[in-house]
Design a protein around this ligand. Structure first.
Ligand SMILES: [Zn+2]
Ligand SMILES: [Zn+2]
Length: 178
């Protein structure tokens, strides 16, 4: 049997004689992420599969792992990570798959469920400057600090309560004629 390199196929026609253990690698193209803006495949999917016949059911257990590149939600850069599943479990009717069991879609699905909903390249990621857009992981940008974003300022709390100086009496009001 010639297996396409981006498929995870198990040849099950002889399964009645003994359980099967299959391990291998499949091309990361199986993720079909070419046009995904947030997740890219970054190498082959490695898998270890155990298949047993229980009545007419093919019971499949196993694990799989794949390197992916994810877009950091803070700094907008791709970073490499591995997604893993350690307890893949599915049952298939042998009558529906008498020769070959194609596990590609189900393993793909379980691996993609491991992608975090809000990936961050590192817990220390500094993100981007909201003013100039520079990636602050590369160093500070030189923008002046914005006092209204300074959570440490006691005046920020007062402003929020509306107890501050009315605008017309502050320096920000309309200029008076000299
Ligand atoms: Zn980041
Ligand atoms: Zn900046």
């Amino acid at each position: 049997m010639r297996v396409p390199d981006d498929k995870i196929w198990v040849e099950v026609s002889q399964i009645a004689r003994a359980p099967m253990d299959v391990e291998g690698e499949a091309n990361g193209r199986l993720f079909a992420l070419e046009h995904d803006p947030y997740v890219h495949q970054n190498g082959p999917v490695s898998y270890k599969i155990h298949v047993e016949l229980a009545g007419q059911d093919l019971v499949v257990t196993g694990s799989a792992e794949a390197p992916l590149a994810l877009l950091c939600g803070r700094c907008g850069r791709f970073f490499s990570t591995n997604v893993k599943i350690s307890s893949f479990l599915r049952a298939y009717n042998w009558n529906d798959h008498p020769e070959v069991l194609d596990l590609t879609g189900d393993i793909r699905e379980d691996l993609l469920l491991e992608v975090p909903p809000y990936p961050v390249c590192s817990p220390d990621c500094r993100g981007r400057c909201p003013q100039c857009g520079k990636n602050l992981n590369d160093g500070p940008c030189g923008c002046p600090p914005r006092p209204d974003w300074d959570e440490g300022s006691p005046w920020g709390e007062l402003d929020n309560l509306g107890l501050g100086v009315p605008p017309e009496q502050s320096g920000d009001g309309p200029a008076t004629k000299q």
